[in-house]
Design a protein around this ligand. Structure first.
Ligand code: UDX
Length: 442
């Protein structure tokens, strides 16, 4: 919405939420999300054509177009628990829009949703409205965190799904005209509603599949002394394969990949396609295995015990340039090591101490309620590594490449282990210093 406000000075954008704290944060100098370049744009537009408010009903009444961008977490209860998307927030939102809206409104679903949600959205809107006319569009978002602003500014494509009726086509054109302020027309794709909804799930499934594929090969590389980075480079030079999303890692995280694949799996099961469901589920199973394999390798290398040993964790976010920790591989690796009674000293340049503690608390029972004794959050990587037996690189922050590893090595217990879960460091140089250095698949 900030990008739309920035690119379309003629459009008034109002972002509403029932969470007053969130809205206060959006109105402050301390935005609730860290994203390079976001603050500058918000600051330039706020109070002009970008507004943050808790006056939900007023905003619905005033708008021609309403973007629904609420949470769609994986269901934790009832039918489809652990797989299906929880649509309760979408439904509540639709009921509120229906209760307040009058006249013609275009409702755009921006949240990632299972296929055919637009239909439910439309049904709830129609059944509850008092005379308003709704057109429902699907407009999935493909930005990645950490690069959100550049992704929004130069999208590979903008996808708009709508009904094929004349009114549906007109609504899709209206939304396209918003993006046309800065996106070339041939980058704006229009499809039917279901294709648009499904494309988002499939794009994420294909991207995650590439990571699980290369991570599977990383295990084979470790067994055979091939180097996974060399394999990635060699296969990525095939223009049919391409070089992106082939970086072996400790495992993918983020709010989307796992959730969207599980959604796809649920859909396939629902439509009686168990083989297709199992095929895609394997992408998630492989990712879980990769995270576990990494933790097991740490324990095994440290002579089969990490109990009461200090281990430094560099990076907790699910990728660099974000403070988001949702489904971060770091959470799982730390939990595995806490279960083994390790002492963790965690450093991340952007993730807050509170967030790390909240993420690890869910599994406190695994370490007999000793979480606060076992976990230290450090504000400096050198302090985190002092007297440690091992360092784990779990997020690929650029600053980790510039650390003085000689100095770090001198302060550590020997043998000093380093496990690079992101393949960002020069292992040979680290070995020359004296580290027992391991990467992923090399
Ligand atoms: C993803 C999609 O890329 C985006 O199009 C969609 O809108 C939302 O989901 P995001 O989760 O923000 O975006 O980040 P992404 O860059 O895709 O990374 C996801 C995870 O995969 C991260 O943990 C990242 O470290 C990992 N990853 C990515 C790898 O391990 N190897 C790679 O080669 C690429």
């Amino acid at each position: 919405m900030a990008m739309i406000a920035w690119k379309c000075p003629d459009i008034q954008v109002t972002v509403v939420d029932i969470n007053a704290l969130r809205i206060d944060q959006w109105n402050s100098d301390d935005l609730p999300v860290f994203e390079p370049g976001l603050f500058e744009i918000v600051e330039a537009c706020r109070g002009k054509n970008l507004h943050f408010s808790t006056e939900v009903d007023d905003a619905i009444a005033a708008a021609d177009m309403i973007f629904v961008s609420v949470n769609t977490p994986t269901k934790t209860y009832g039918v489809g628990a652990g797989r299906a998307a929880d649509l309760k927030y979408i439904e509540l939102c639709a009921r509120r829009i229906a209760a307040v809206a009058t006249g013609k409104k275009i409702v755009v679903e921006k949240s990632t949703l299972p296929v055919r949600t637009a239909e439910s959205l439309k049904t709830v809107l129609m059944a509850n409205s008092s005379g308003a006319e709704f057109q429902v569009l699907s407009n999935p978002e493909f930005l990645a965190e950490g690069t959100a602003m550049t992704d929004l500014e130069n999208p590979d494509r903008v996808l708009i799904g709508g009904e094929t009726t004349p009114e549906g086509v007109k609504a899709a054109e209206t939304l396209a005209s918003v993006y046309e302020h800065w996106v070339p027309r041939d980058h704006i794709i229009t499809t039917n509603l279901w294709s648009s909804e499904l494309s988002k799930l499939v794009a994420n499934a294909f991207l995650a599949q590439r990571i699980s594929s290369i991570n599977a090969i990383s295990a084979l590389c470790e067994a055979t002394e091939a180097d996974v980075d060399e394999v990635s480079y060699a296969i990525g030079r095939d223009s049919r394969i391409g070089p992106k999303f082939l970086k072996a890692s400790v495992g993918f995280g983020g709010s989307c990949f796992q959730k969207d694949i599980l959604n796809l799996v649920y859909l396939c099961e629902h439509f009686g396609l168990p083989e297709v469901a199992a095929y895609w589920e394997q992408v998630v199973i492989m990712n879980d295995w990769q995270k576990r394999r990494f933790s097991q390798q740490v324990v095994k290398s440290l002579f089969n015990t990490v109990a009461d040993k200090k281990i430094a964790v560099f990076g907790f976010a699910f990728k660099k340039d974000t403070n988001d920790t949702r489904e971060s591989a770091a959470i799982y690796v730390c939990q595995n090591l806490l279960e083994e009674q390790a002492h963790l000293a965690i450093y991340d340049p952007k993730v807050s101490e509170d967030q790390v503690r909240v993420d690890l608390k869910q599994r406190e029972v695994l370490c007999d309620g000793r979480l606060n004794d076992l976990v230290m959050i450090e504000e400096d990587p050198y302090a985190a590594a002092r007297d440690a037996h091992a360092i784990l690189i779990l997020t690929e922050w650029n600053e980790f490449c510039a650390l003085d590893f000689q100095r770090i090595y001198e302060g550590m217990h020997k043998p000093a282990f380093l496990f690079d879960g992101r393949n960002i460091l020069d292992l040979e140089a680290l070995r020359t210093i004296g580290f027992e250095a391991r990467g992923i698949g090399r």
